[in-house]
Design a protein around this ligand. Structure first.
Ligand SMILES: Cc1cc2nc3c(=O)[nH]c(=O)nc-3n(C[C@H](O)[C@H](O)[C@H](O)COP(=O)(O)OP(=O)(O)OC[C@H]3O[C@@H](n4cnc5c(N)ncnc54)[C@H](O)[C@@H]3O)c2cc1C
Length: 830
């Protein structure tokens, strides 16, 4: 019996040591103590004490003395590591090393420090930025409509092009000293979200020059002369930029572009000049057809060694005026009926002087690094903000529609079947808004969130797609028939564009989130890899030893923490001062963070380099990281907004949904893990008492759906920052008015129905109920007017557009040549 107690105490003690990631000497001392107790109390046969004691002495001394440990253990492992570690190409290394690690590192640590997340300041707009959003953004949104841009102009109307140029929309990220607006990342993201709630052509046209492209690249890498010349022109829209990377043969695998430039001498402005002869073919290039300044990525070669010994210099970026002889540009693609400018461009043996390279000759061959370093900021803002803004429009409009559209004498939003998609839309939007705001905020704090921006790009565009698909189901035929009053059809058509660009979603999920996350966010892996590639053998030995033994402690700790927190339901996790209703979420997230770190290490340890090809496993591990991040932003939002009790259902729904999905992803990793023995250990460690999470409850879903279909401060907060048109006849305005009028008229309608039931009012066939009720003095003239107004507005909302037999082609004439047509724009710039 005593032996059993001793054994239990030993296991518990070891779990505690592993849990707290105790130092090696503490382990040695604890093992010695356990053996001493067993010896003194005669708990084990002498041999079972003496042999482990001898092993302890033999191991403890070298393991606790680093120089000896290196000589006996880690140098040998380092030698093997050097042999088996696959050589990384420079493009792979530059992609992995780009950007910064922030909250993603905490989530990967197995013990996230929630105080760090909560201490992040909530982003704020300056008065000037707020004014821009209230005035210029409002004004430009009022100047466009999705229907007109798509069907009449097939572009932004000329006056809108002029407005966005004049007001500096195209130079939001350009500092004031160069004539730009010099906005913060947060302001930039708020502008994008607002424009996205109005018109896709508008938002994409504004978004692209402010994202990864000539402006951003010039700011970071341009020569002073390039900055002085181009930035003021870009800021004022004198130059329209585009950035061309994608080639027909290299889309997702962008580093493999076959476009090339040969370093040579050529004639430019009548003089022999050092430069490059470029041959390229690009497609899908946004703003390309109207661009005056082409940012071009290609591979530079120096076969005649005019610059040095190397021939293949690597990916390089240049800025080429589109009127330059040999540049073919102007034709358009039609991406899912969206009318933002997009098209191919190409050139053959086009000579450009070397100082057209971004950053000049010094930056030749450094294009991939430039792109990877700059990607994180733009990716944190453009598509996450676009998807959030578009979802705000769709959620607000669909919620209102579901309340005013009745079937079976009931508003459709009150059917349980419709509540389900409504709840998903609301819960998703709450966390989308939280995520895009937090990311913009951390960019303003100087971070370049490489992994978190990939997560946001993938999940927010994917959620945007889900929101729009749900809206289509809820609106039925109204969403299907296109016309000015359809508020969801265009978004439904165009949503795959966001899914595909800036790293197609499947690739981002399968290869980037975990692939990059595991290496960048892990506290030891990058250090081990760096040591293995270090040519200074002594420094490598010290660094590798430290990283290796840190790593072993880390794995043991995460194993113990995952198991112990699973057994104790994570109740022991200390949580900072947060809303009491969210306390358990922080504890469970800490538990899942430990599980992620544990499974990630086991997967990397067992599968090694093969994990890169096991995309389904790596995608699921990435999903866990992603859902932990989405939960973090959701909780942070709840705190930042002052723990709004009325919004709590949205927060709870978003967390339960994401935690359930994180749990499903963990299970997916375990049940598909190739080594079944290890999978069994994983299962017992991660879920020792079964699964803690289920899908969000029906009751919670009901509470969320209710918030979407009636006006409230919560609905306003959920869709805050979107454009709310004031113009009569606008589809969104009509829904808002119809919703207000319907709710005001409902008690009156109820009185009429009651009177009818009680026999106090009889209505003849074909007679208007309202008129009959007023004639019977059951309602006043004002009340009758209200009832009629509500019916008229609801009729307008549910009406769908119809057209002449030619589908209105004759009515929708394109305007004559506009100032934005490619020829005019390029001539003007020339
Ligand atoms: C409207 C639009 C605007 C664009 N704007 C620009 C622009 O301004 N400038 C520019 O340079 N480019 C632009 N692009 C190009 C865009 O970045 C590419 O379309 C994108 O990189 C995907 O390339 P692809 O279309 O050739 O698809 P492919 O690379 O052929 O991919 C097809 C599918 O395979 C998946 N896939 C590929 N590799 C893997 C993998 N290893 N594991 C798992 N799945 C994988 C992808 O996720 C995708 O689902 C634009 C594209 C569109 C459609």
């Amino acid at each position: 019996m005593l032996t059993l107690v001793w054994l239990i105490a030993v296991i518990a003690g070891f779990l505690v040591l592993a849990y707290v990631n105790a130092a090696g000497w503490l382990w040695s001392g604890a093992i010695a103590l356990a053996l001493a107790v067993a010896w003194v109390a005669h708990l084990l046969p002498p041999l079972l004490v003496i042999v482990p004691a001898l092993v302890l002495v033999v191991l403890a001394i070298p393991l606790n003395y680093p120089p000896l440990r290196r000589a006996l253990v880690s140098d040998a492992i380092l030698a093997i590591f050097r042999k088996i570690l696959p050589q990384m190409t420079s493009t792979e290394r530059e992609a992995i090393e780009a950007g910064t690690v922030g909250w993603d590192g905490e989530l990967f640590s197995g013990r996230p420090d929630w105080r760090k997340l909560l201490a992040l300041p909530a982003p704020r707009l300056t008065p000037e930025e707020q004014r821009f959003i209230d005035r210029e953004c409002e004004e430009v949104c009022g100047m466009v409509s999705e229907w007109e841009t798509t069907n009449i102009y097939k572009d932004l109307p000329p006056q809108v092009w002029q407005f966005i140029k004049d007001k500096g929309f195209l130079g939001m990220i350009i500092p004031k000293e160069y004539g730009g607006l010099g906005f913060s990342a947060f302001a930039h993201s708020q502008v994008v979200a607002k424009l996205a709630s109005r018109c896709s052509a508008l938002v994409v046209t504004v978004m692209v020059p402010n994202s990864l492209g000539p402006g951003e690249l010039l700011l970071h890498y341009g020569t002073d002369e390039q900055k002085r010349y181009y930035l003021p022109r870009l800021a004022k829209g004198i130059e329209i930029p585009c950035f061309a990377l994608t080639n027909p043969h290299a889309g997702s695998d962008a580093a493999a572009i076959p476009d090339f430039g040969i370093v040579c001498k050529g004639e430019y402005q009548g003089r022999q000049t050092l430069g490059l002869k470029l041959t390229w073919e690009k497609r899908y290039i946004t703003l390309g057809p109207v661009a005056t300044l082409l940012g071009l990525a290609f591979r530079a070669f120096d076969p005649d060694h005019l610059l040095g010994d190397r021939e293949d210099l690597g990916i390089t970026c240049a800025l080429i005026p589109t009127h330059h002889p040999g540049v073919n540009i102007g034709r358009r693609h039609m991406p899912l009926n969206a009318v933002f400018q997009n098209g191919p461009n190409w050139g053959k043996e086009v000579f450009i002087p070397i100082d057209w390279l971004i950053g000049g000759q010094a930056m030749i061959g450094k294009g991939w690094r430039m792109l990877m370093e700059s990607l994180a900021a733009g990716r944190s803002i453009s598509l996450p903000s676009l998807s959030t803004g578009m979802s705000k429009l769709v959620v607000r409009a669909t919620g209102g529609y579901a309340r005013v559209r009745s079937q079976f004498k009931t508003p459709i939003g009150k059917f349980e079947g419709i509540e389900e998609p409504l709840a998903r839309m609301g819960g998703y939007l709450y966390s989308m808004d939280a995520t895009h705001k937090l990311l913009a905020g951390v960019v303003d704090l100087g971070e370049k969130p490489a992994v978190l921006s990939a997560i946001a790009k993938y999940h927010l565009t994917d959620r945007g797609r889900s929101v729009v698909t749900d809206a289509m189901d809820i609106t039925g035929g109204k969403g299907i028939c296109m016309g000015p009053s359809n508020f969801v059809g265009a978004a439904y058509m165009q949503v795959p564009v966001s899914i595909t660009v800036e790293g197609a979603n499947i690739l981002t999920r399968s290869l980037i989130v975990f692939g990059q996350g595991a290496i960048r966010c892990h506290p030891y892996v990058l250090k081990e890899m760096a040591a293995a590639h270090d040519s200074d053998l002594k420094a490598a030995s010290v660094a590798f030893d430290r990283a290796l033994f840190g790593h072993i402690g880390f794995v043991l700790s995460n194993f113990a923490r995952t198991f112990v927190l699973g057994i104790l339901g994570s109740h022991v996790v200390a949580v900072p001062d947060v809303a009491p209703e969210t306390r358990r979420y922080y504890q469970q997230l800490t538990r899942f963070s430990a599980a992620l770190a544990f499974l990630a290490d086991v997967s990397m340890g067992v599968l090694g380099g093969a994990l890169k090809r096991k995309e389904k496993l790596s995608a699921r591990l990435g999903d866990v990281l992603s859902y932990l991040f989405l939960c973090s932003t959701t909780l942070k939002r709840y705190e930042d907004e002052g723990r709004q009790a009325a919004d709590a259902p949205l927060m709870h729904w978003a967390i339960w949904d994401a935690m359930f999905k994180a749990q499903t992803a963990l299970e997916g990793v375990i049940s598909n893990f190739p080594n079944r023995l290890i999978a069994a250990v994983m299962q017992r460690t991660v879920f020792p008492l079964g699964r803690p999470y289920v899908v969000p409850s029906d009751k919670l879903g009901h509470d969320v759906a209710k918030l979407l279909i009636e006006p409230s401060a919560t609905r306003d907060r959920l869709t805050g920052g979107m454009y709310l048109p004031q113009a009569e006849g606008d589809a969104m305005r009509t829904i808002e008015s119809a919703l207000e009028a319907t709710l005001a008229a409902e008690p009156i309608e109820a009185r009429i129905r009651e009177a009818q039931k009680a026999g106090r009012l009889s209505i003849k066939l074909g007679e208007d109920r309202g008129s009959a009720a007023q004639a019977a003095n059951l309602i006043t003239a004002d009340e009758l007017a209200l009832v009629r107004k509500a019916r008229r507005l609801v009729d307008q909302v549910i009406r769908v557009d119809d057209f002449a037999p030619d589908l209105g082609v004759s009515e929708m004439r394109p305007p004559a040549v506009t100032p934005t047509s490619p020829e005019v724009a390029r001539k003007a710039a020339a």
